[in-house]
Design a protein. Structure first.
Length: 118
């Protein structure tokens, strides 16, 4: 009887480990399947650059589409970099942009807050 209880515990532990492993494999597959093509490289140009910027812009596609760093330079002499991304979720945007802020010497930053409450 003791051996059957131990055997059942081993089976349960093995079943749980296999289930967790299969879930990890499935999530990895779905991540690769659904990932945007440029998501791994979206900030690589910014991170590789040694340019010092006055202002960094963060946010969703509204920021990406509405802010023109070249126009700011032409009109006001402000050096800026637009880190807005299409389809961005704010939790991901803020986590990724924390890295950009840590490597940048920018004097300021602007965060687009379109649909923040939803």
């Amino acid at each position: 009887m003791i051996f059957s209880v131990k055997r059942q515990k081993r089976k349960n532990i093995l079943f749980c480990l296999m289930t967790v492993g299969l879930i990890c494999i499935l999530l990895n597959f779905l991540n690769c399947l659904l990932m945007r093509d440029n998501s791994r490289y979206s900030y690589s140009e910014f991170l590789a650059s040694d340019t010092e910027y006055d202002v960094l812009f963060f946010g969703s596609s509204h920021v990406y589409s509405a802010i023109s760093p070249m126009q700011l330079w032409k009109d006001y002499g402000i050096t800026s970099y637009n880190l807005g991304c299409g389809g961005g979720q704010y939790t991901r945007i803020l986590l990724d942009d924390e890295k950009c802020i840590s490597v940048s010497q920018a004097q300021g930053g602007c965060v687009g807050c379109f649909l923040c409450g939803k």
